[in-house]
Design a protein around this ligand. Structure first.
Ligand SMILES: NC(=O)c1ccc[n+]([C@@H]2O[C@H](COP(=O)([O-])OP(=O)(O)OC[C@H]3O[C@@H](n4cnc5c(N)ncnc54)[C@H](O)[C@@H]3O)[C@@H](O)[C@H]2O)c1
Length: 404
């Protein structure tokens, strides 16, 4: 069978944390999903840091490396590209990829502002290329199961939601001032980072958000400088030269869902923080309906809390482990209790991207989803400024949950 597999040439732009995770996902794909008949071939990787190009070739297994990402896009052997650069480059690279006719899998948030993401959307639509976004938390089997519970009415009418994506990755005051804290390089702070994931998740599960009231706060206003590509935002630098933090560490919003949302009429609150002490990567949400409720937390990714029904002696939450039948669980493990990990979510994401690329399904999150999430985040920033509710313009072609 091996010689019948369809080979897909992969280009990688930026070999940081996400570049590594995307590469591992492509490599794992034929192992996890042999039935797809897809074999990614790692053709060329680019990074401006020479040691990362070497790492891409020597360790990740790319055939060629370059310091200039344009060479990846010009390479005729490259069919699809992973764009894992810092945020300020997403739009420039994704637009160039679309113009070169390459399907792209781009990390969130895509643009620094909704307008930049919309420019990528226009380029992808004009070129007719497939896009996929790094909204990985969608793919957790427990989350996919929750989506099914909402869609089949098990929770009744959705009334309200609560979500908080709290991490400690910047809780150290001398945590390095990576590109993430500089507005021209990242755009917003925790909004574009963790809140983008949370907004995408609730839109995927409950439906489009139509209106927000937001609030933001910067807890640490300066941090020690870090040279690009030298370390990640997890690095701590003692006695370094300090520079200002230009975006928010914490954000909160109240939301109202749109009339065409599956959960129309529902309201809720969403929070995100990159400086919390205690939660390590506590990315959680709760969804409440008239017949039941669910809770999920990424720190316990393989389980969910479910309460269905309003009567009986055992009323209340039950802990349910993800198991075969939940999302893509059975592609990874044969039985419940053997846990999947973060990198596995990227394997599922690679599957959805490449299935869309070869035209067998359209289960990938796409550039319209990124525009939609970015509009919600932009409205939150405007609301934090104006101290009034802001409406969010609807986006066509998303994979948000909508009424049938
Ligand atoms: N989906 C997720 O869960 C998730 C998690 C982390 C990061 N991200 C996103 O992934 C993206 C990358 O984040 P990261 O943590 O991997 O960053 P990182 O800092 O680890 O890596 C960024 C890389 O980009 C390289 N680079 C800089 N300028 C370049 C250029 N002109 N051409 C090519 N390469 C260049 C740097 O040298 C570095 O190797 C960001 O957009 C971030 O928001 C997503």
């Amino acid at each position: 069978m091996a010689n019948q597999k369809r080979e897909i040439g992969v280009g990688l732009i930026s070999v940081g944390w996400m570049g590594k995770v995307h590469s591992r996902a492509y490599q794992a794909l034929p192992v996890v999903y042999p039935e797809l008949g897809i074999k990614p071939r790692l053709v060329m990787a680019a990074d401006t840091a020479p040691d990362r190009v070497e790492y891409a070739k020597d360790v990740l297994g790319y055939e060629q490396g370059t310091l200039d990402y344009h060479e990846v896009l010009a390479n005729p052997e490259v069919d699809v590209v992973s764009i894992c650069a810092p945020n300020f480059l997403h739009a420039e690279i994704a637009i160039a990829a679309a113009k070169a006719g390459k399907a792209f899998w781009v990390e969130k948030p895509v643009g620094r502002l909704a307008e930049e993401t919309e420019a990528v959307q226009a380029a992808a639509q004009a070129a007719g290329v497939v896009s996929s976004i790094g909204f990985n938390y969608r793919h957790a089997p427990a989350v996919e199961h929750i989506k099914q519970l909402i869609a089949d009415g098990s929770l009744g009418r959705i009334t309200n939601i609560r979500g908080s994506f709290f991490a400690d990755y910047s809780s150290e005051p001398n945590g390095a001032l990576s590109w993430r804290f500089v507005r021209s390089l990242a755009g917003s702070g925790v909004l574009g980072d963790l809140m983008g994931h949370l907004v995408d998740l609730v839109q995927y599960l409950v439906g489009p958000i139509a209106e927000v009231s937001g609030m933001t706060k910067t807890v640490y206003t300066e941090r020690p400088k870090l040279e690009m590509g030298k370390a990640t935002h997890f690095a701590v630098i003692e006695n370094g030269e300090m520079a200002p933090v230009e975006n928010e560490d914490y954000a909160a919003m109240m939301v109202r869902f749109a009339d065409d949302a599956l959960g129309a009429g529902a309201v809720g609150t969403l929070e995100a923080s990159r400086v919390s002490v205690g939660p390590r990567a506590s990315y959680n949400f709760e969804i409440y309906g008239t017949e039941g409720s669910v809770k999920w937390d990424f720190e316990r990714m393989n389980e969910l809390q479910v309460a269905i029904g309003r009567h009986g002696a055992h009323l209340g939450y039950q802990r349910v482990m993800a198991s075969p039948g939940f999302g893509d669980f059975s592609a990874f493990q044969p039985g419940a209790g053997t846990s999947m990990g973060y990198d596995d979510l990227k394997v599922v994401e690679a599957r959805k991207f490449l299935e869309a690329f070869v035209g067998v399904s359209a289960r990938n999150s796409n550039i319209n989803d990124a525009v939609s999430a970015n509009r919600v985040l932009g409205a939150t920033e405007r609301s934090a400024e104006s101290r009034t509710w802001e409406s969010v313009a609807a986006v066509d072609g998303t994979t948000a949950a909508k009424r049938p």
